[in-house]
Design a binder for this molecule. Structure first.
Ligand code: LMR
Length: 328
């Protein structure tokens, strides 16, 4: 008797699972490679909070920080395949999907984050959000982090100081070239490997934002950080287009509203979070922060200028001009 009852139950399981499926929430997996206490980390958590408050029981957002689900080199394929639903990669990591996005990596193109924001909110920046749809990738928003600084275990005051050093770069041909024109040696490396790469000497230096330096304790293995502001690390929040477009219309429009609100908050606090990280690095006493004179900064700008010529034909002169026009 019991055996028959058990068998009947096991046969009915898929039905129950199906029924549960009908009432179960839409699960959105949101993966990224940084710590929670960064602009992007805070943004992902705020998106989760507001999405679940506004759509109780209908949406559950699972946030996976610090490369805990997918890291560099795997996250984009996972999104296209639908194994993860949302990412916010650095704009440096899209060259295989949209060459035009390389505009964001051109050294000394944007004077500050406000200029980046003006470009992103303009016609060209908004078009770039939709530049990867043929790859099933939909751009939902731009989130700020901050301007890029550079670091090594020797002072970087003038371009010749970088010669012969090995610098970790993101997976970006533009950033690779940026260090090659300085006659140094770029090493593409995932973000999760940066600390260990510097600690073991696989690389001698790197570049990043204050919040990424501090949240990964990279300043503890770099004696000098040069406040160069020579580039930007910003993000495009992306989703699997097929997944997003198949959401029930009321859920999708609520999530778009939530994304808009979260974007305002992330971008409002990005510079504040980076300044806090800079102060913490100063207070830690592990690292000397080098400020460049205007003449020294001009030398870095001039040394990196050849990078523009090499990538202008991929990016397009119109896009570069539009980005330049966003400067004050
Ligand atoms: C990096 O790889 O250095 C950055 O893109 C990490 C991040 O997402 O801020």
């Amino acid at each position: 008797m019991f055996k028959h009852l058990l068998k009947a139950l096991l046969c009915a399981l898929p039905l129950f699972a199906g029924l549960a499926q009908a009432d179960s929430p839409v699960v959105i997996k949101f993966a990224h490679v940084v710590a929670d206490n960064t602009p992007k980390g805070q943004g992902a958590l705020l998106f989760k909070k507001l999405a679940e408050e506004r759509l109780p029981g209908r949406v559950r957002v699972e946030v996976y920080p610090n490369s805990s689900l997918f890291g560099d080199g795997k996250e984009m394929d996972a999104l296209v395949m639908g194994d993860v639903h949302m990412l916010a990669p650095s704009l440096s990591k899209f060259e295989h999907y949209a060459k035009a996005l390389q505009v964001y990596d051109l050294p000394f193109l944007f004077d500050d984050l406000a200029a980046v924001d003006r470009f992103q909110q303009g016609e060209h920046g908004q078009q770039l959000l939709r530049s990867m749809e043929h790859h099933n990738i939909l751009g939902l928003a731009y989130w700020h982090n901050g301007m890029r600084q550079m670091s090594a275990n020797k002072p970087l005051q003038e371009p010749r100081d970088a010669r012969g050093l090995k610098f970790r770069v993101q997976a970006s041909a533009v950033l690779d070239e940026q260090f090659k024109v300085l006659r140094s040696i770029p090493r593409k490396m995932s973000f999760a490997e940066v600390y260990q790469g510097l600690q073991t000497g696989v690389v001698n230096g790197t570049e990043n934002t204050w919040s990424n330096y501090e949240s990964q304790k990279v300043h503890e293995v770099q004696k000098y950080i040069t406040e160069s502001d020579h580039g930007v690390i910003d993000y495009m929040v992306i989703t699997n287009a097929r997944f997003w477009n198949r959401l029930p219309e009321d859920i999708r429009s609520e999530l778009e509203q939530v994304m808009a609100e979260v974007t305002v908050e992330v971008n409002r606090q990005a510079e504040e979070l980076n300044e806090l990280s800079r102060q913490r690095i100063l207070a830690a006493g592990t690292t000397e922060i080098i400020n460049l004179t205007p003449e020294q900064r001009a030398l870095w700008r001039e040394a990196m200028q050849p990078v523009w010529q090499k990538f202008a034909r991929h990016i397009g002169d119109e896009l570069i001009a539009a980005a330049q026009a966003s400067n004050p």
